[in-house]
Design a protein around this ligand. Structure first.
Ligand code: CA
Length: 168
């Protein structure tokens, strides 16, 4: 048996497996691209502005479980920068007690350029604060301590309402 006959099946096999690997590799690229477009086009994007890491973490977890994409900011300034860079947020959750400004101040600044729905989170539950938050353009109000599930349900409801109103 000549060396060609001996090695040829091996080369063929190698060629076949390389072809197969290329196919798998290509399929993985298509899947990654598809999941990226699904995320960009379908998943609602939420801006969460909350300076307490424990609260932020539980909310981020609850929102991501509901297939929302979440951007997190610890301060009002950071939130404004995020909004400036990416105009694709569908809703903002604002803590009222932030280190650099109140959530109400942040809402006022956001309303100069954006009409996205706003949900306030606050430790205070005075009627005045609730009224002020809503009058400044907030869409809903949750008082701490809250259940992350309740916040996620309110987010769903606000997004549903805002989608319906954009359809009309
Ligand atoms: Ca706070």
């Amino acid at each position: 048996m000549g060396w060609q006959a001996k090695w040829c099946p091996l080369f063929l096999e190698l060629h076949r497996s390389a072809h197969f690997t290329r196919k798998i590799y290509r399929a993985r690229i298509y899947l990654t691209l598809a999941s990226f477009f699904i995320r960009v086009l379908v998943m609602p994007c939420i801006l969460l502005v909350e300076d307490e890491p424990a609260i932020a973490d539980t909310l981020i977890y609850a929102l991501r479980t509901e297939c929302h994409e979440v951007s997190h900011a610890m301060t009002g300034t950071e939130a404004l920068e995020i909004l400036d860079k990416s105009g694709r947020h569908d809703l903002a959750i604002l803590d009222v007690g932030l280190p650099d400004m109140t959530g109400f101040d942040l809402c006022r600044k956001m309303r100069e350029t954006s009409q996205i729905p706003i949900l306030f989170l606050t430790a205070r539950d005075g009627e005045l604060d609730r009224v002020l938050g809503l009058e400044l353009g907030g869409d809903d109000y949750v008082t701490k301590p809250f259940s992350p599930r309740e916040v996620a349900a309110r987010v769903r409801a606000i997004l549903r309402r805002s989608r319906q109103s954009t359809k009309i």
